[in-house]
Design a protein. Sequence first.
Length: 370
Amino acid sequence: MKLAIALMSGAATLAVAAAPALAETYTYGSFLQPTAVTMRDGQIPFFERVKERTNGEVEFESFWGGSMGGPKELLSSIDNAVLDSGLIVDVYTKKALPHSSAISSAFILADDSLAWGAAVNEWHLLGCEGCKDDFADNGQIGLAWYSTTPYVLQCTSPVSTLADLKGKKVRSVSRLADLMSAMGAVPVSVTVAEMYEAMQRGQVDCALGSPNYLNTYNIKDFVTSIIDEPIGGYVSTLTLSVNLDAWDAMGEENRQIILDEIPEMLADIKWAAFEDDASGIADTKAKGGQVVKPDQAFLDKLNELRATEWEAVIEQAKEDGLDDAEETVASFRAILEKWQGIVADIAHDEAGKQTFEEALRREIFSKVQP
């Protein structure tokens, strides 16, 4: 954190009590590029609104594209105050964030990205003390999470059946890797930041991810077939984690402004992702790529694994050392059920976006203490 201190003359010193708070610039790190829709249409406008509403007292200086660390490094960079804030993906730091990663590992169950994304925020901020403790142990506070849009298989060669998938090297992590293995594929663990190069070099044949990966990570350069079947999604992208000392230094009034602005940011991110999904698929089709339906054997295997997934999530959390795995999962599922009801009739249009933002503000962020 860089504190900009104006030199004051002896006369100016007499007026210190009446002077406004000094401006502070806080660093933010992301492995994404600023052109990624979640950053371009969500995070960056959020930073601009915060600067304006705090009269410049809180300003963020952003470091993009992993220049200050990739997905595996950002948690420790914020903990060590190399960065004041940043974007965290908990599946790469499971040992440090056991409560959070237990829920985010339930990839294949995430059938509604609006409900899951909202539930993750409420659970972290209002319902999961263990989550708060995990982040505090890493010197930071998590403030805003978003879920991806539903994952689909995106491959460099024609794939539409369970038999086609056999032996394919698929970029996948956590429980998605277990799913791919059970379906006959070979899971390959590379981060999203490494995905383009892995496809380019033939290290992976397919990637499991949102269709907006086609544009965000430019894998449309290689993808020739997309299986049109949602396979869950990643629900816990922590787009704003803040070092505890930096958070404290902002002051209560400015912290409240940040909390007030988060619902709009999360709605902006989600609706931008919806639009980019459609754009990525259209661009892939335009260059000859195909969108195909899976065969029944593919669907049967997917549904077979989903049937016992919550139990598997609990067992995996226990193996990862989480003592209260059952309670952790049960507390999240209760909040998820609530949000499934709230978002049931929300359409993916501008009116729906406003309704979603208002629900986030009413149910969660108006209840968080700055």
